[in-house]
Design a protein around this ligand. Structure first.
Ligand code: FES
Length: 371
């Protein structure tokens, strides 16, 4: 035949049930020549065939006799038809059984071929005018798929609508039992009672403040009450006067024999302000107690053992061991305290009595203890 049939025409004829001898034998030799361009035009078919060429080639060899195949071609799947077309056997009866009785090793490949080409007849659908539509390539299929999507950015609502998961129809909503009611102790106390108490307190305080500071008479009485209160406090303080607790005026300083002749005992200075001296005055050995107060202005002199004198640090007055002044501004000798022997034989100093040399009081027997 002079007219060449493409793969699409063969497919259309196969779907129309014209797989008989008119279409099949005629293009047998020509179909072999046009099969290469068919791989380029029908993309899905070419891909399937190119992926498993060895599987498609031996199919016709293992095919059973043509008479066993369905005559009308309705029982053939598209994969088998395409395989038959690629193999150059355009007859509708021959390729139909070719795919099924294929060798066992190639069975998976053929199965893949039989599954994938299933949607391909859509490419061979006729358009509105009755003519077969041209097969779509991958770019056209992607473009058609993208047409349905909205180009450009989308709003939040649209994005949320797209991202909103669809709840499966068979999913059941959990049946949660209601929460038990709170016990009485867990419930908050009624606030109105507290508010009423607070309001009562506030009103009482404001009333008292108004009574105290609301009028000049109230101010006067308040001031009088405050004055009386301060007077009472002063009286109470008067009941506890300031007193200076001093050491006792009488105290014992040990036995006379404990002192060495010519010794000046200074250990009672800090507590009692007294020097206890065992010395010979005017040819009489005695023990006497000198008052550690300078007769100039009242400073406390120091006993200088090396110099055997009392020296006042304030203005430099000097006193001998017997208490007589000999240098500095001191106008008179040191004073003596009364001293006596206690019942136990110890020396006892009495600071309540003093004896002054310039007044001739050192001759008083109470001013010394003879030893
Ligand atoms: Fe002692 Fe002046 S107070 S010398």
């Amino acid at each position: 035949m002079a007219k060449k049939m493409s793969v699409e025409e063969i497919l259309a004829a196969a779907r129309a049930g014209k797989a008989g001898g008119s279409a099949a034998p005629a293009p047998k030799s020509e179909t072999k020549k046009e099969s290469p361009p068919a791989k380029e035009e029908a993309l899905p078919v070419a891909e399937v065939v190119s992926e498993s060429p060895p599987a498609a080639a031996p199919a016709p060899k293992a095919a059973p006799p043509a008479g066993k195949a369905p005559a009308g071609g309705k029982g053939m799947d598209m994969a088998a038809i395409l395989a038959a077309a690629r193999a150059g056997k355009g007859a509708g009866s021959a390729p139909a059984p070719a795919a099924k009785p294929a060798p066992q090793k190639e069975a998976p490949a053929k199965a893949a071929v039989a599954e994938k080409p299933a949607p391909k007849p859509a490419a061979a659908k006729t358009d509105g005018n009755g003519a077969t539509a041209a097969p779509k390539d991958t770019a056209s299929i992607l473009a058609a798929a993208r047409k349905s999507a909205k180009p450009g950015p989308m709003t939040k609502a649209e994005a949320a609508a797209l991202a909103k998961p669809t709840e499966p129809a068979g999913k059941k909503k959990l049946d949660v039992p209601p929460m038990p009611p709170k016990p009485d102790y867990a419930r908050p106390r009624p606030a109105p009672a507290q508010a009423a108490d607070a309001a009562t307190r506030r009103s009482f305080i404001s009333a008292a403040a108004g009574m105290l500071f609301g009028s000049s008479l109230a101010i006067g009485f308040t001031s009088l009450a405050a004055t009386h209160l301060m007077w009472l406090l002063g009286t109470a303080r008067f009941m506890f006067p300031n007193i200076l607790i001093e050491p006792p005026t009488r105290f014992k300083v040990g036995f006379p024999d404990a002192l060495a002749p010519g010794q000046v005992e200074t250990k009672y200075i800090a507590q009692f302000g007294v020097w206890v001296v065992k010395y010979e005055v005017e040819g009489q050995p005695m023990v006497y107690a000198l008052k550690s107060v300078c007769t100039h202005l009242g400073c406390t002199p120091n006993w200088l053992e090396a110099e055997q004198k009392f020296k006042c640090p304030c203005h430099g007055s000097g006193f001998y061991k017997d208490g007589v002044n000999f240098e500095g501004p001191a106008p008179r000798p040191l004073e003596r305290y009364a001293i006596s022997l206690a019942d136990d034989g110890q020396l006892q100093v009495d600071k309540s009595r003093t004896f002054q040399e310039e007044m001739g009081q050192w001759k008083d027997p109470a001013s010394f203890v003879p030893v």
